[in-house]
Design a protein around this ligand. Structure first.
Ligand SMILES: Nc1nc2c(ncn2[C@@H]2O[C@H](COP(=O)(O)OP(=O)(O)OP(=O)(O)O)[C@@H](O)[C@H]2O)c(=O)[nH]1
Ligand SMILES: [Mg+2]
Length: 386
């Protein structure tokens, strides 16, 4: 980041910009840390399905998995911000005891280590149609809670029908949840049961339900240090991503107004670029983009950076400033205010690009970022955002 009086090399050539972006993206992912979730529930209860719905990406198929203890695999997302302990094929009883013993070791070890190695939360899934909640399940949940890991009880695959904006939840599921709640287990909300359905079912009119509530509950139990990573990893709550991005933009505008405190000639608008690239990289990371690490190069190499931030630097002189009050200052210089406004405009245009990109499938996303589409979208948002 530049301070007054410091000389910054002008980096307008595409290779330098691309490699700077790559470094900044790596830094951005690193500074997010990692949110670690443990997920339990009998085989078929819907663990993998729920994970895919909340994190909007198949963690088990994209992440690198390794068995950490008997009955428990650990997957780390390639972008680094999400770790999942998945108890695939889990049954209660002796295998539950073995997992608890293993967890005890993991938790004991990680609690003395860095924050991003701890287990920050556990979801325990009960499939509504099981209609039975065994003593072994109860003692397993109590066991995890006793390790100091906050547990959230989730009822899964609950049939929910939406009619005129009202949700009809299967009454048997409600009654089953009430029963479990009456046990007042040592979990989130004193044994509260969150009802969810992670897959829409056209045949029975069942809609996706309860994901936002589960996410909100998770934020409540997760330490602040892991919340930024959770914001990047989750794919349900766009508001939280946008707020995090807005905070990044705010910081970057402060830096930009510092750079412009000594008014800079329009031709030197590129002085603002390194700061803008860092901002764009941090926003990109908050949106969990690119979904696969292998794709970061195609983003960096894409026209957005050479044609994006630097382009905007030049664009400033011709178009954008006309729409910013006091934009063209006597002698064609950019003031601190204008530098800030420009950086802000770039930040929010990039947020829109990211908001759009996360709605795309993996293949669509890849072609979006590697073609000219991304640049066109960015330019469009930049012009419409003034
Ligand atoms: N309708 C509906 N079906 C679901 C839901 N969750 C899971 N299923 C279905 O239930 C089956 C099992 O789901 P999984 O997510 O694989 O279950 P799991 O807990 O990961 O199972 P294991 O990995 O074997 O322990 C799949 O056929 C899913 O499509 C849900 O919320 N709604
Ligand atoms: Mg599974």
């Amino acid at each position: 980041m530049a301070t007054e009086g410091e000389r910054i090399p002008l980096i307008l050539d595409s290779t330098a910009v691309a490699s700077l972006f790559d470094q900044e993206l790596q830094k951005a992912f690193d500074s997010l840390g990692c949110f670690n979730l443990a997920i339990f529930g009998k085989t078929g209860s819907g663990k993998s399905t729920l994970l895919n719905a909340i994190f909007a990406q198949a963690i088990a198929s994209t992440g690198i998995g390794e068995p950490v203890t008997k009955g428990l695999n650990y997957y780390r997302h390639p972008n680094g911000y999400l770790g999942v302990y998945d108890s695939e094929g889990f049954e209660t009883g002796t295998s539950g005891d073995a997992i608890l013993a293993g967890l005890d070791r993991i938790v004991g070890k990680s609690n003395s280590g860095p924050m991003d190695q701890r287990i920050h939360a556990a979801w325990y899934l009960v499939r509504w149609s099981d209609r039975r909640f065994e003593a072994a399940q109860q003692s397993f949940i109590t066991g995890i809670a006793a390790l100091g890991v906050p547990v959230i009880i989730v009822m899964s695959q609950v049939p929910v029908i939406e009619r005129d904006g009202e949700f009809e939840i299967h009454p048997d599921a409600v009654a089953f949840a009430k029963y479990i709640e009456s046990l007042s287990l040592p979990t989130f909300g004193d044994g509260k049961v969150l009802l969810t359905n992670a897959l829409p079912d056209l045949f029975s009119n069942t809609v996706v339900y309860g994901l936002q509530e589960l996410l909100d509950a998770t934020y409540e139990v997760v330490p602040l240090a892991a919340q930024t990573a959770l914001t990047a990893a989750q794919g349900v709550d766009g508001r939280r991503k946008k707020d995090a991005a807005a905070a990044v933009i705010k910081q970057a505008t402060v830096v930009a107004s510092g750079i412009g405190a000594v008014p800079i000639p329009i031709a030197d608008a590129a002085l603002l670029v390194p700061n803008q690239i860092a901002m764009i990289a941090r926003i990109t990371a908050i949106y969990g983009l690119p979904r696969s690490r292998a794709r970061s190069l195609s983003i960096a190499g894409s026209a957005i950076l050479t044609g994006g931030a630097t382009y905007a630097g030049r664009y400033v002189a011709t178009q954008l400033l006309r729409f910013i009050p006091g934009g063209i200052v006597a002698g064609s210089v950019i003031s601190g205010t204008v530098a800030a406004a420009l950086t802000r405009a770039i930040g929010f245009a990039w947020v829109k690009v990211c908001e759009y990109a996360v709605t795309l499938s993996d293949t669509e996303q890849e072609s979006f970022f590697s073609g000219s589409e991304v640049k066109e979208a960015f330019t469009k948002y930049l012009k419409s955002g003034k």
